[in-house]
Structure formats: structure tokens, C-alpha cells
Design a protein. Sequence first.
Length: 456
Amino acid sequence: MKLMQTLSVLACMPTLALASQLPTDALYHLSTGAKVTAQSSTLDMTPKTHLFNSVIRAAQADTPAASTITPMCQTLSLNTVYPFGGMTVGQQPCFHFEVTEPGKTTAFLFGQSADTNINLSIVRHNPDNTFTLMANSANAANADELAAALTEPGHYYWLMDVIATDSSDIKFGAISSTQAQLDDFEANDSIATVTMLPDKQNRVKGNIDNVFDYDYFAFTAVRGQDLIVKLEDEAKTDEFVLEIYNGGNWQPVAVNKAETISQLQENQSVVVRVSGNPNLQNNPANQYTLVLGSVVASFSHDSVSGEHGVERIPYSAFKAPYLTTQAYRDLNWTVTLNDSKGHPVEGAEATFKLIRDFDSIDDVRNPYEDFVVTSDANGKASGGVNLGRCFSDYTVEHSSYSMGYRNTWRTDFLVGAWRIEIDSYEEKVIGIGGTQHPYVYIGHLCDQDLVSSTRN
């Protein structure tokens, strides 16, 4: 399926991680805490400098042990939703929480009335009693707030900034995810920290560690080439959601179904995000695979051959079928994969499919042996197959001419076949071998003897 895009460039993307409405219905598995009331913050957060997650990892190495810090605000529990009321404009309420093992902390705030606007931050308490702003969320008006940071063991605070309020209650809390539950892309939970993927066909594995985990990825079509986007949920858990930023909105894309994106301008960026299904409790052990990048539109420089100098069985000696490819023991193949602009595609897969012997097929529904290769930086996918030794009842005699002599050979052989499949993620698979001619025949030459050699 093709998606004709009017995609905005990355520079025009919103800087906020989420839309105004968090999937709060999915918080049913969290505990509900007792209602808390506003307290004025005593944290000196001047100046407030936002540290990106890439810096946070290194900076947290000196986080103090739990016993060396005296919390400066009321202590609350993680993985709990707290009702909160009694606020006034200008207050900066804070609440303390402790992280006991490395991972990620996702703080949230929701349920604001139309006349309420409260910003939310995560703050770290440093060994010298200074404070570091780890993450913040300042959405407009009464939009929900979400702030996430990679956190080492230590002491932290929810810090709120009451911009407007009618004193009605809101709800807030934080979800903790352990390091074992995290994937390699936990720093990309917002547009500001989006993972920029390289100019190739990318296959990225990740997971969703909590209901508020959003993984953002971007790809730039340098040549204006057609792109592929597909989210694979191999376990079919139905717990992943894929969206693409299109015309100012997040547009859902079906899971386990490829979309090709065409009509792009040169250097136009495509941004997608993966999140959890709000109707299901996510399992961080389940992984998704995101395919995003250049789609293979054509191939070139294809070659399949046996060893150099093979004494071939000619068409005149055996023609049913004609053995286009012939080899003794080693078979080599190569193909170059290209995008819609004719540029080589790195990271795409080509599959060499082999039937070694038609007379010994065990499964007629799936007779092929597959050899999958990923293309290199030059778009080249190549490999070698060791055919090994063989024995056969097929025997023919055939002649060749060399240096004035007529040489007669007796060759024993097997009849097999091969094809090359390249997943273009279109309606059809491209490659060598199709509906009318599904494969190319190969003769595996088991034994070859010179019967006679006479001067011509």
C-alpha cells in the first residue's frame, strides 16, 4: 500500500512529546494513594537548565547513596497515582521519591480543569545539596503533562509550577522501569530527543516499558526516494501502536502491514512514533521491530555461478530442463539493491532460495532452503553455498573442444533450482524467479570423468 505524503519537515515538528490527552485509563494497574495537599518548594532551581538524556547518563555516576540525603519534601511512592488539591497560583509544590535501581522514571500529571495549568518537572537531589533538572513538561493550558528521565539510584522530586488554578483536584504520579526493562532507545521519548536513523533501510528492535513510553524515530529522504515504514509485532500481542506525523497530526498505521511513502521532496523528513496499546497492560519483555528507511525498488548486477572452469553439460546433451547454472561444490551469488532513485540501499534483505535436488524434496509446500543476506553500504548482497558431495542416477555423455581435441565426458548430476527474492514491501516480491518462471535450474555435478580425447 502506498501513502502519498504531505509530511512536514522535522524542523516544523512540535517540541512536545505527546498530544494533550494521556492514555490515563491504562493506569488501572497502579496503586491509588491518599490525597495530598500543596506544599511550597524549598528547592533552589536557579538557573533551570534542561539536561538531555545523553548527558544525564554520565552526570549520574556520582549520585549519592540513599543514606546521605535528607529529603526536603514529603516522600511519596512510585507506581502510584495521587489525588492532589489545595493549590494556589505561583506555588511550586514538590514531593520526594526514591529510586533504588537504575532505569527510567516517567512522571505524569493529568485531570486539570479548564481553568488549571500546572507544569511538571523531575529534579535530582545532588550530593552537595544542589539540584539538577532532569526533565520537564510545560504543555499549554490544561493539557496533560509527561516528563521522563533515565535515573540512577538516588533521591528525586516532582516539582510543579502552578501557572493557573481554580483549586480543583488533579492527579499525578510516576512509573518506574528497571534497566532490564529498557531498550536501546529510551532517550527518544520526545521530538526533542528523536532517534535520527541513517540513510539505509533500518530494522530497529525496541519495547514499550510503560503505558506512557513513546519511542520517536525520524528518517530523512536525502534523494526524495520512496520509503518503507512497517511495525512488526511477531508475537501478535496487539500491544503496540504505530503512528506517523502527517499534515500536523499523528496518523495511525496498521501493525504488521507495510506502508510505502512516496512523492517526497529531497531532504524531507518522516517522523514516526511507537507507543503502547492503552487498552492492554504492556509487557516490557515483548519486542517490536520497526522497519523504516529506503524501500528497494529495483536490483542490478545480479550473478549466480559455480566455480571457474566448470566443464558444463551443454543443451544438446540435456535439455529437459536446461541446466542454466552448473557447479561442482560451490555456488556463489550476488545482487545489488537500489532505491526508487537508483541509489544503492544498505540494510535491505535478499534471500537466495535453493532446491538442492528435486528428487529428494521432503516438503513440497516449502521445498526451498533459504540463505538471507543483508546488503552492505554499496547495496550489495552476496553469499556462497557449499553444495557438498552428491550421488546421482542422472548420467550423460557430452563433448567439448579444446586445443584441437574433442573431449568426451561422462557426468553424474543432480537437478535442482534457485531463485532470489527481495522484499520490496510492495504488493509483490521482486527478484529472479516469478509466476511464469518460478526458478532457474541448476545442475549439481557430482562426478565427471574424461571418457576419451581425440584429435579433431
